[in-house]
Design a protein around this ligand. Structure first.
Ligand SMILES: Cc1cc2nc3c(=O)[nH]c(=O)nc-3n(C[C@H](O)[C@H](O)[C@H](O)COP(=O)(O)OP(=O)(O)OC[C@H]3O[C@@H](n4cnc5c(N)ncnc54)[C@H](O)[C@@H]3O)c2cc1C
Length: 409
């Protein structure tokens, strides 16, 4: 019997799982092996800081595919062991257990990992990071017995865990390193929406403040000492200071690294048989005319599909605007778009009769760069089409909710 063509996927997250699915959907009948470091089959991370952390979603609901899907689709899952080396010349990968596997095409989808604190006390018990389902479970259990939490970092993870902690009844202190939470993502015009949301829910926001040291007793954290000299007693710390792409395997193999694994629009690395997708991929986007790296769920899904098609020799690329969402307390929002290096020159608030319902648009030279719909649904597609439209838009008209979005297309 002739050898089957063998495709290997390293990384059992969203991008890896969707790539395997797409390969089969596109008719690939060779061997697919998905190698994952975690003991679990691929699952979705967004619930880990939202419904799953709050005990509103059960474990079964977070998986990308049901357990039997892998056998039904002849996808060989090898879990619980990292791939430790990659040899592009021999076209092999080697696992921690010492198994060497040959590939014809390889997809690297190793995701990212939380940046760690580097300060006295960082290793104390009671200091939590949130990346994996086990992290979420540990935090959920600790919420049950704790009274106070200090959250270091006011990005998406910091804000979502703050909302979950308040919902669980804890006193929450949130350390914001800059002037506002999310200011670098949303700008000074829109970031206050999130600051106010958390203030209204009783979170103690400390601006322009960082942790300098963590103090403990019998190995467990008891206080955070802040850069302004304040001491905050606490039962636990959650760290949300960003994530870094897991490029160590690719770097050691000599692939080109630059803010992630550098890939072209077809997600091909500097080696023609190796592709990358998801959080690690710093991908060329032909619509924007530059490389971008996106640490969001929709990007991992889309790039998983694009990489699979490109591995099959198809002319695939993802040129859609970036998309992400968040849920905090009673606020749900979707954000679509990419603000370029030129930035934006106008921010429009399109407020609906119900004051909780708003669409925010960021414009540059009368063209929509990004839009965020808060507590309004079924508009993300229109926002995406507006971003892709070459038409110049009258900003004052766009702010008027009586004028339908479709009329700007
Ligand atoms: C708590 C949390 C909440 C989030 N919420 C949102 C949200 O609301 N909206 C949104 O858009 N995005 C959200 N994200 C981001 C989103 O989940 C990620 O962008 C997405 O998971 C990226 O998918 P990925 O497949 O690239 O990587 P990952 O999901 O990180 O998967 C990579 C996998 O590869 C494995 N791996 C790494 N190295 C190796 C190796 N050498 N060998 C074998 N396996 C390896 C890792 O263990 C991991 O299982 C959230 C992320 C987190 C952590």
């Amino acid at each position: 019997m002739p050898d089957l063509t063998s495709f290997i996927i390293v990384g059992g997250g969203m991008a890896g799982a969707i790539a395997a699915q797409t390969l089969r959907e596109e008719g690939f009948d060779g061997r697919i092996t998905l190698l994952g470091q975690e003991p679990n089959a691929p699952y979705e991370r967004p619930p880990l800081s939202k419904d799953y952390l709050q005990g509103k979603a059960d474990r079964d609901s977070i998986f990308v595919h049901p357990e039997q899907w892998y056998a039904e689709n002849a996808v060989e899952l090898s879990l619980g062991g990292a791939v430790t080396s990659l040899d592009p010349a021999l076209r092999t990968v080697t696992t921690a257990a010492g198994t060497q596997l040959h590939y014809d095409k390889l997809l690297l989808a190793t995701g990212s990992e939380p940046r760690r604190l580097d300060m006295p006390g960082a290793d104390l018990d009671g200091v939590y990071y949130l990346r994996n389902v086990e992290d979420s479970e540990r935090i959920k259990i600790k919420f049950g017995g704790a009274r106070r939490v200090v959250i270091i970092g006011a990005g998406w993870i910091g804000l979502e865990t703050a909302a979950a902690a308040r919902t669980a009844g804890l006193d929450v202190t949130l350390l914001v390193s800059g002037d506002m939470p999310l200011q670098h993502v949303l700008g000074p015009e829109v970031a206050p929406v999130f600051a106010e949301l958390h203030r209204n829910h009783g979170v103690d926001l400390r601006y322009r403040t960082k942790a300098a040291e963590l103090a403990g007793n019998h190995g467990a954290v008891t206080a955070a000492l802040l850069s302004d000299g304040t001491r905050i007693e606490t039962d636990m710390i959650i760290v949300g200071i960003g994530a870094a792409p897991r490029t160590e395997l690719a770097a050691a193999a000599g692939l080109k690294i630059d803010n992630g694994l550098l890939v072209d629009e077809h997600l091909r690395t500097s080696d023609p048989d190796i592709f990358a997708a998801g959080d690690i991929a710093h991908a060329y986007n032909p619509r924007l005319g530059r490389h971008i790296r996106v640490e969001h769920w929709a990007n991992a899904r889309r790039q998983g599909a694009v990489a699979a098609k490109a591995m099959l020799g198809q002319d695939a690329a993802d040129v859609r605007p970036s998309y992400f969402y968040t849920d905090q307390y009673d606020l749900s929002m979707e954000y679509t778009g990419d603000i370029g290096p030129a930035g934006y020159d106008r921010v429009i608030f399109r407020r609906h009769a119900d004051s909780r319902e708003v669409i925010v648009f960021w414009l540059y030279e009368q063209r929509v760069q990004a839009g965020m719909n808060i507590n309004i649904w079924d508009v993300a597609e229109d926002i995406e089409r507006l971003i892709q439209s070459p038409r110049q838009i009258n900003a004052d008209d766009l702010a008027d909710p009586a004028i339908p979005l479709a009329s700007f297309l």
